[in-house]
Design a binder for this molecule. Sequence first.
Ligand code: SAH
Length: 189
Amino acid sequence: MIAGKVIFIVALIMQIIIRYPYRKRVDYSKSDRQERFLLLLITIGGVVIPFIYIFSGWLAFADYRLPGWLVGVGAVIMAGGLWLFWRAHTDLGHNWSSTLEIQAQHTLVTTGVYRRIRHPMYSAMWLMILAQPFLLTNWLAGFCGLVTFGAMYFLRVPKEEALMLQTFGDPYRQYMAQTGRIFPTGGFR
Ligand code: SAH
């Protein structure tokens, strides 16, 4: 369905625009191999395979059909994800990085969308990844993002929280006690 593909591409462009003011030079050679592998993996699942699906007929064998209103549901989920993605970038400011690192002037953010959720940017990414199978009606292109982002989320978050604890100590421990990872209610801790 063409509308879903167009919405997916527009959303990708919006993510780039939201992120653009916070871009920085990252020396990826300093990240560990797992981190580099995970970043490559989410690019494949979130961009490369979707683009192969959108711009070639190669994956057509794995297409499925959805009623139009479900594509609309996907668009709404995507819009919610983009909103949270934007808010999280605004609140995290210069502390944002595509990889796990502590900036020279890193501050612990505990306000805005970070007040009740420790990883609102990952909550936003879960929403956008969840929208993908509604927008790209193809078993491979729709679901590859869930697999690759899921791997990155579950492997990265424990490391990220360990890094934050090591850097900020008790204030982060306290912050963990009053927040949930991706849900404000603390679902999945
Ligand atoms: N996991 C967060 C941030 C993702 S960006 C989220 O989903 O919203 C990744 C960078 O953010 C890492 O380098 C990490 O050190 C930093 N970070 C994570 N939580 C933070 C917080 N509460 N305050 C400041 N920096 C944070």
